[in-house]
Unconditional design. Sequence first.
Length: 174
Amino acid sequence: MTITRRSLVPVLFGAALLVGQVPAHATADGPDLYRVAGVAVWDKLNMRAGPATSYRVVGRIPHDGRGIENLGGTVGRWHQVRYQGTVGWAHAGYLAEDAHDDAWPAPRFRVVGVAWNDVLNVRAGPNATTAVVGALAPGTTGVARAGGCVGAWCLIQHGATSGWVNMRFLTPDS
């Protein structure tokens, strides 16, 4: 059997695809999270539809974005990630490993500063103008951080409720 240049191309292409799918920086203690690094305060990190600058922008992550999920796909220096529900590709040069441990506040919170006859709205996005996706009663305990923050707004989870709340209404649950 003679190997020709034409028959070798599909084999090399397939091998290149397999090499590109090696998981990036996996840790044994939980999901792999990134934070934005090296992006100016006035700028944002582009998430792209594919692993190159020639792909369209599908999302933008603020300069201080945290809790960016690593989905495991890697092509060259590009990582497939999810941020606030958007899946795309971000360049490794602007990502640093993030952790839930000492870098973030206590893992469980209690709702404070809400009147007894009101609720804390859980929002679809990190501001008070986005849709309400749930509500937490005053004094609710066991609220967990579920991702990063944008300014004072953080992604939380409580039971089946998941969304954004202003952290001024949460205090560490003792």
